[in-house]
Design a protein around this ligand. Structure first.
Ligand code: CS2
Ligand code: MN
Length: 356
């Protein structure tokens, strides 16, 4: 495994110097953030990220994400232009040394939460999701809640300037069923895979978060069966997955170690996100520290399954809690994610030594 940390570029409060001091840290996961979705990233922006990362002694290895334009997910005639742009971005990041691109295929929104700073018993705060709230409101109401709760930080997909287009987008998705979305996914994959093969870029689709339909929008990356269907959309091994425990595991019916142990899935796990969540009741889950005993997942079994299946890709801690009075982007502070890395290091070393 190659340990990595997500870094939001020069605006990130967490610095590359801090990241480098985390034990075992090797690589940075980042993206160009100032280009509208669907457009081509400048070579200069990519080169700058690479230089900053490498000057800090870290590897420039994974892009998370190159977002997929809604017209591609909707299957609009304009999608070809956006797929061409996507291919161009793949070429450009590959030329800068990138090996893997994480992305998602969720309509309209990336991860959804009802609370960005839910107080936990120990005084920390964490992101939370309460179905009983979501099930009772529409997207625009949700949008308002997030804007109020974010304390100046923007959640991916919920940028303030998107509010106006949200309801319009909902209208456009009205006739898009899960099967239709999957067809559009195949069209996208068929369009980009030849370029991925040529430039050896492993595409790693991120599971939907939470792993079920929200606000009536279809979601197709939610469980083992979905992953197998995606694998069959395009045979290329470059058509792979980000194994995100917190997202897939939000549906407790998903047995994470079992999914990893499916050889058809394991061979396509190109990137891993590790975090833990805890269900308080049937509706409400919140994020917790990475420790198994703090949440619903058995991290030992998850890491063991990855090791046993020969995972040798890049891995990163996903969201962390806000602890020690840190003020940072929700889910993406330094401290709790760094503690998560320390724990991952421990699990990895112990499992490796025990498996000899
Ligand atoms: C990330 C996702 O913060 C997170 O949960 O794992 O936002 C991820 O970056 C995207 O879904 C990938 O496109
Ligand atoms: Mn994730």
């Amino acid at each position: 495994m190659k340990l990595s940390f997500r870094w939001y570029g020069e605006d990130d409060k967490v610095t590359l110097e801090q990241i480098r001091q985390i034990p075992g840290m090797q690589a940075i996961v980042t993206a160009v953030y100032d280009v509208p979705v669907g457009e081509v990233w400048s070579r200069e922006s990519i080169a700058k990220l690479k230089k900053l990362t490498e000057d800090a002694g870290l590897a420039f290895e994974v892009i998370e994400s190159i977002p997929v334009h809604e017209d591609i997910k909707l299957g609009k005639p304009t999608r070809d232009r956006y797929i061409d742009n996507y291919c161009e971005n793949i070429r450009r990041v590959a030329e800068a040394g990138i090996k893997c691109v994480c992305y998602n295929f969720m309509p309209v929104f990336d991860w959804t939460r009802t609370d960005l700073a839910m107080p936990l018993e120990d005084g920390s705060t964490a992101l939370a999701y309460d179905s009983s709230i979501i099930d009772g409101i529409d997207a625009s109401e949700m949008f308002d809640r997030i804007e109020k709760a974010s304390g100046g930080f923007v959640m991916p997909g919920w940028e303030p300037n998107r509010k106006a287009e949200i309801m319009e987008l909902f209208e456009k998705y009205k006739d898009v069923t899960a099967d239709k979305l999957r067809e559009n996914f195949k069209y996208f994959l068929d369009g980009i895979m030849p370029v991925c093969e040529k430039y050896q870029i492993k595409m790693a689709v991120h599971p939907d978060d939470p792993a079920w339909d929200v606000f009536g929008l279809p979601r197709i990356v939610t469980c083992e069966e979905d992953l197998l269907k995606i694998a069959s959309l395009n045979d290329s091994i470059y058509n792979g997955f980000t194994f995100c425990t917190g997202s897939l595991g939000s549906n407790l019916n998903n047995d994470l170690p079992k999914i990893i142990r499916n050889p058809k899935i394991a061979e396509r796990i190109h990137f891993a996100h590790i975090r833990n969540i805890k269900y308080e009741n049937d509706d409400l889950f919140h994020e917790v520290s990475h420790l198994s005993s703090d949440g619903n997942f058995d991290m030992y079994e998850i890491i063991k399954a990855l090791i046993e299946m020969g995972f040798d890709g890049v891995i990163r801690p996903d969201h962390g809690r806000m602890i020690w009075d840190e003020q940072a982007r929700p889910g993406y502070g330094l401290y709790d994610r760094a503690l998560g890395v320390a724990y991952l290091n421990g699990l990895w070393e112990a499992i490796k030594k025990n498996s000899k």
